[in-house]
Design a protein around this ligand. Structure first.
Ligand code: ADP
Ligand code: F6P
Length: 323
């Protein structure tokens, strides 16, 4: 017997491929549990604007393969305030919404925590391409984003080799270097610049480019993380110092779009169902995670206090394989 009659679902912060698979799973699992579902459009902003729709099993038909989020998403400053959070909880109560699944990153979790404090049961799901949520080894969208970026980087590499150029390719990730590290290894980059490890020693990169030319390499691929940025000016300086044509490519938002990979569809589906189950059973202030090979849940506060970083071993391997 479910402990709640109606739950809501929203997506918040940056969209990520696989969010639709998670929404679909939440809706269908809750309905199977005998619980009604309302969709909140455009994140916390849509909640404050009362953009709320009834959802049924058919509302999520034909969505599992689509990128983006069918509910829309937003960043909402008003929800950072006590007044905004209290208003959001009042609106939930007005619409009979007793529990809410929030799909987003750490910021969205803080919003969920606030709703929970105001008496609305909340469960967070990790939705971000950046993989920068400490409590989980997997976030919805990362797998698709790295595959999209990897394919794009392969294409840049073709032209870079043909022209014997150096290429700096900037990938997303906010302040985290996970996308850069994974692409750097998967694309066989000669240099990988991560916010967590980069020492801003550009001379070392220049020396590496010159050394690799002498070894007979026809290209030099540098994957630069968004958290370091400045790829265009870096390219100008490297070209001036090495005499080798150097181009910067900033991959940008294409990394956030597109049809989710099988992994993102599968994990998002299981996590969405898990979130619906624990919310229907009366849990609150929890986040669903994938940790140590298992789907688990943590208290939001505990989850937000956790730390994670780039594995030193994996980073050392990436350097070793680039010779
Ligand atoms: P992400 O969820 O991907 O980390 P943001 O940090 O932009 O993305 O957060 C998304 C939204 O979550 C914000 O626009 C805001 O509405 C809400 N949010 C962020 N931080 C807080 C907070 N401390 N308290 C309440 N709501 C927050
Ligand atoms: O969190 C996902 C992400 O794409 C980051 O990689 C990037 O820093 C940020 O969102 C960009 O946000 P916006 O959509 O607000 O430009």
């Amino acid at each position: 017997m479910a402990k709640v009659k109606t739950i809501g679902i929203l997506t918040s912060g940056g969209d990520a491929p696989g969010m639709n698979a998670a929404i679909r799973a939440v809706v269908r699992k809750a309905i199977s549990n005998g619980v009604a579902v309302k969709g909140i459009k455009k994140g916390y902003q849509g909640l404050l604007n009362e953009e709320i729709i009834d959802m049924n099993a058919r509302s999520v038909s034909d969505t599992i393969q689509r990128g983006g989020t069918i509910l829309g998403t937003a960043r909402c400053m008003e929800f950072m305030t006590e007044e905004g959070q209290s208003k959001g909880a009042q609106i939930c109560k007005k619409h009979g919404i007793e529990g809410m699944v929030v799909i987003g990153g750490d910021g969205s979790y803080r919003g969920a925590q606030a709703l929970s404090r105001h008496g609305i049961n909340t469960i967070g799901l990790p939705g971000t391409i950046d993989l920068d949520i400490a409590c989980t080894d997997y976030t919805i969208g990362f797998d698709t984003a790295v595959n999209t970026a990897m394919e794009a980087i392969d294409k840049v590499r073709d032209t870079s080799s043909s022209h014997e150029r150096c290429s700096i390719i900037e990938v997303m990730g906010r302040n985290a270097g996970y996308i850069a590290l994974w692409c750097g290894v998967a694309n066989g980059a000669e240099d990988i610049l991560l916010p967590e490890t980069y020492d801003y020693n550009e001379q070392a990169i220049i020396n590496n480019i010159i050394r690799n030319r002498k070894r007979g390499k026809t290209h030099h691929l540098i994957i630069n993380a968004e958290g370091i940025g400045h790829s265009t000016s870096m390219a100008r300086r490297i070209e001036a110092a090495t005499g080798i044509e150097t181009r910067a490519t900033i991959l940008g938002y294409m990394q956030r779009g597109g049809s989710p990979t099988c992994k993102d569809r599968y994990y998002a589906s299981i996590m969405g169902a898990y979130a619906a189950d624990i919310l229907c059973a009366g849990s609150t202030n929890r986040v669903v995670a994938y940790k140590g090979g298992k789907f688990v849940d943590f208290d939001i506060e505990e989850a937000l206090e956790m730390q994670k970083g780039i594995s030193d071993y994996e980073y050392q391997v990436s350097k070793c394989l680039a010779i």
